[in-house]
Design a protein. Structure first.
Length: 91
């Protein structure tokens, strides 16, 4: 996908916000720890980077759940297969 800088930065901010929210709510991290984890998960990639935005192919919920519960979290925790309304309301 070709992103304008504005589109990319807006998506990056949104995914960082949602990832940090999940890491606070379900991962037990402090606000500062969750923000740092989000920055690590979603680093800024300069325009022209070959895989810029590839991490967006799955939403922050999925990446955070994989971090917290590891692979196949949706099997071990079927209640976490889909994000709650509170998460989706972050948009």
């Amino acid at each position: 996908m070709v992103w304008s800088e504005e589109e990319y930065v807006a998506c990056l901010r949104g995914e960082r916000r949602r990832y940090a929210w999940v890491m606070r709510r379900y991962g037990g991290l402090t606000a500062g720890e969750a923000e740092a984890a989000a920055l690590d998960m979603y680093p800024y990639e300069p325009d022209g980077a070959p895989s810029r935005g590839l991490v967006f192919h799955d939403e922050a919920w999925h990446w955070a759940m994989l971090t917290i519960h590891k692979g196949l979290y949706w099997v071990a925790h079927p209640e976490l297969a889909d994000p709650p309304e509170e998460y989706t309301a972050l948009d």
